[in-house]
Design a binder for this molecule. Structure first.
Ligand SMILES: C[S@@+](CC[C@H](N)C(=O)[O-])C[C@H]1O[C@@H](n2cnc3c(N)ncnc32)[C@H](O)[C@@H]1O
Length: 179
């Protein structure tokens, strides 16, 4: 499904879903017992979304923002009361959370392609991710390039860790940034 959408929509930025190895690495960074609100940017057709829902605390909530209509259609078929799917751009995350009366998120997960953005857009998105996080919140971004690292530093993230997962198409870098 990603390859088909990628041909039509370059913002999809991947020809295949994240591998189970990337999904596992992303999930391993989250303390699901303490996490009450997760914001996922660029959920695609829900590969990571479903893994998060399986592991989440029963009182936790997941908000998924995805720009592609076909993926949103797939996400809305997940039917989970803990999941809210919004078709929009991550650039509007602050107003979306405001409308949902969500003050802060414990975890922001991002698969959106920072390497394809203009610097000012990438920096603004990194600043918004920082702002929507609670104190001690974490941002986990899986990317094919390391462009985001610079943006995360500008946004004010103090500790940034990088992991590499080679079993993915293409190999992925996973950035874990603490507020
Ligand atoms: C690399 S894919 C990741 C898909 C899926 N989460 C996965 O792990 O397989 C990136 C996703 O981000 C979405 N995306 C790109 N730019 C976006 C933006 N500004 N706002 C929301 N979603 C965006 C694309 O449509 C695509 O679904």
């Amino acid at each position: 499904m990603l390859l088909r959408e990628f041909i039509k929509d370059k913002k999809v930025a991947a020809i295949a879903e994240s591998s189970p190895f990337v999904v596992k690495q992303v999930c391993s960074e989250i303390d699901f017992q303490k996490t009450k609100t997760i914001l996922e940017l660029g959920s695609g057709n829900g590969t990571i979304t479903k893994a998060l829902l399986k592991r989440m605390h029963p009182n936790a909530r997941l908000i998924a923002i995805e720009q592609n209509r076909e993926f949103v259609r797939a996400l809305t078929k997940i039917f989970d009361p803990h999941l809210t799917v919004i078709q929009d751009s991550a650039e509007h995350m602050r107003s979306i959370l405001g409308e949902l009366h969500v003050e802060r998120c414990d975890v922001v997960i991002s698969g959106i392609p920072f390497s394809m953005m203009k610097d000012e857009v990438g920096i603004q998105l990194a600043c918004d991710m920082y702002d929507v996080l609670s104190e001690n919140g974490i941002c986990i971004a899986y990317q094919f390039r390391d462009t985001i690292c610079h943006y995360l530093k500008i946004a004010g993230f103090k500790k940034i860790k990088r992991k590499i997962e080679i079993i993915n198409l293409p190999p992925a870098q996973i950035f874990i940034a603490k507020k």
